[in-house]
Design a protein around this ligand. Structure first.
Ligand code: FAD
Length: 542
């Protein structure tokens, strides 16, 4: 019998499964798709305090965010890496340079001056040297501060892998369809359906945590768990990917737009990512895509600030779109809705967690797991069968890629990359990619090249991804479909010029051999991946 079934394998659900298993609870995590296939692979991929929340006076949120940022830099240095951000400020712009400077002092202070580096101010000509592509006419100056860049889907994956290592069961492509309640009105089981095979099942459990992100209201309705109101006000956010040469930034550039929105231009080695939009959305969370208006808005907004030729939708290599699962409020505009989270506990033993950010997932997981423990504790030893449940200790436990290199932090990641260059003879760019993706687990990818040297060849000439990563994705990293691999484990869908279509057939062949796909399954997998690519290009249809 499980103590808890977590519904939703995004960052919040994976964090809860890991925390629960680490405390000694029996936990199962189910997701109707792949791990991280919801909002948690559609974020701006920043682990940050949220400079923008300062403007709204949400100091607690910034404090929480900056503190979780420093913790994650220690516990997952391969996945959470500091990068400089530059905020250009123009002469007649509000807030003015001095005001943003004060804001950044508060930001540094809330981080207890443990930011990767304290912020700095630059004047006109200096800004040109830092970011030559940025327009400097009318510029009052620019402020540089530090936040962190991550791989959101991998952050989810490493939480799930660790949860499994700690004893939790992870079931992907498993949709929760009902909660079974016993005669006393308490949770007894969760009914599920395998979304790949259609097989129905029932998982016995004492509690359920709903961590379904933007699907929360839809799921609660399906599970017949009434709240009498909608818990969420989801807002849609879109990102677009350009070739780095079209938008050559060396730091993340933070643009404060005249409509009070903030967008980031983030360097991703060979690409530059621009995002995000923030608009109310009331459709189904399945099938949310970037439309032509979203893409035009981002192209137009960014083009005003750079000297490069005007960016147009024709320059866009890829897009992604996601829904922020924000807690419903009376905020006037989508951008004003708070990023705070809330936990709701129902008498049956159903705990619902809504809102929040990728950055604060560990704290969210702690709160939800605390409620599970409280609920079980209130039912006495009968529920816990005399087991001693430990308090939350995720502050002290590294994610799998960082286990064993705690004292070295980011230097440990560099050491992994150096070793891959010197002992495995890999090009520096590939070694850095592997170290920053897998941390100390990188060896288990590279060792595959011993049996077959072709596995250490790149999948795409522009990018550092290796064929060995495809095998690793399915044998170690819990991938079950071609889409899992090309969208989230080796995300060619976001980075490759052809979005991975050119290698889809060969990748499907490798996966099929490992997963036992028959002749009919391979084309089905390729077709499904084509649909993912088509969704990313839907804006081209007008
Ligand atoms: P999700 O990741 O959506 O997970 C919910 C899961 O539930 C899904 O995988 C879904 O498949 C599953 N599910 C739904 N129904 C069922 C069912 N019936 N059975 C089983 N499974 C089910 N935060 C930051 O900190 N930094 C950022 O830079 C940042 N940028 C963002 C940019 C955008 C555009 C957006 C949209 C969000 C951003 N966020 C950011 C917020 C952050 O991404 C989200 O708060 C977070 O990813 C939500 O995670 P989640 O686990 O709650 O939801």
């Amino acid at each position: 019998m499980n103590d808890v079934v977590v519904i939703g394998g995004g960052i919040v659900g994976a964090g809860i499964a890991r925390d629960a298993a680490h405390r000694g609870l029996r936990a199962t995590l189910v997701d109707k798709g792949d791990l991280g296939s919801g909002t948690s692979s559609k974020s701006s991929k920043l682990v940050h305090g949220g400079l923008r929340y300062l403007e709204r006076g949400e100091l607690r949120l910034v404090f929480e965010g900056t503190n979780e940022r420093s913790l994650q830099m220690r516990r997952a240095p391969h996945l959470v890496r500091p990068i400089p951000f530059l905020v250009p400020i123009f002469k007649r712009q509000k807030p003015a340079l001095a005001y943003v400077d004060i804001g950044l002092w508060i930001y540094d202070a809330l981080a207890m001056f443990r930011s990767p580096k304290l912020h700095r101010t630059y004047r006109g000509a200096q800004v040109h040297t830092l970011e030559p592509a940025l327009r400097t006419d009318g510029l009052a100056g620019a402020l540089e501060y530090y936040d962190c860049l991550t791989d959101d889907a991998r952050l989810v994956l490493e939480n799930a892998i660790d949860a499994r290592a700690l004893g939790a069961e992870i079931r992907t492509y498993t949709r929760a369809t009902a909660v079974v309640v016993d005669r006393r009105g308490r949770v007894a089981a969760v009914r599920t359906r395998d979304t790949l095979t259609g097989r129905e099942d029932e998982i016995a459990t004492r509690t359920v945590v709903v961590a379904a992100g933007p699907w929360t209201d839809e799921l609660l309705a399906e599970l017949a768990v009434p709240f009498g109101r909608k818990l969420l006000r989801p807002t849609k956010g879109v990102h677009v990917v350009f070739d780095h040469a079209r938008l050559p930034v060396t730091r993340a550039v933070t643009l404060m737009l005249p409509d009070r929105r903030v967008i980031f231009c983030i360097p991703w080695v060979e690409r530059t990512v621009v995002g995000t939009t923030d608009t109310d959305y009331d459709g189904s969370p399945d099938g949310v895509v970037a439309d032509a208006a979203d893409v035009r808005y981002l192209c137009d907004a960014v083009s005003r600030y750079f000297l490069t030729e005007k960016l147009t939708p024709d320059d866009v290599i890829a897009t992604w779109a996601g829904l922020r699962p924000l807690v419903a409020s009376d905020a006037a505009t989508a951008s004003d809705v708070s990023r705070e989270h809330e936990v709701f506990v129902r008498p049956e033993g159903i705990i619902v967690i809504a809102g929040g950010k990728l950055t604060t997932y560990r704290r969210m997981a702690k709160e939800a797991t605390d409620r599970v423990v409280d609920w079980l504790g209130d039912r006495g030893d009968a529920a816990l069968e005399g087991r001693h449940i430990k308090p939350c200790r995720t502050k002290n436990r590294s994610l799998p890629g960082a286990q064993g290199m705690e004292i070295h932090g980011h230097r440990g990641v560099e050491a992994v990359a150096d070793k891959l260059v010197h002992s495995a003879g890999l090009p520096a760019r590939v070694a850095q990619h592997l170290a920053q993706t897998y941390g100390q687990r990188a060896d288990s990818v590279v060792v595959r090249g011993v049996a077959d040297a072709h596995l250490l060849e790149p999948m795409d000439a522009d990018l550092p991804y290796l064929w060995a990563e495809v095998d690793h994705a399915v044998e170690v990293d819990l991938a079950r479909t071609l889409d899992d691999v090309l969208s989230r484990r080796v995300p060619l869908v976001l980075r490759a010029r052809d979005q991975g279509l050119g290698v889809a057939a060969r990748a499907a062949e490798r996966l099929g051999a490992r997963l036992g796909w028959d002749e009919a399954e391979r084309p089905r997998q390729i077709e499904r991946y084509r649909q993912t690519v088509a969704a990313s290009r839907a804006f081209r249809n007008g």
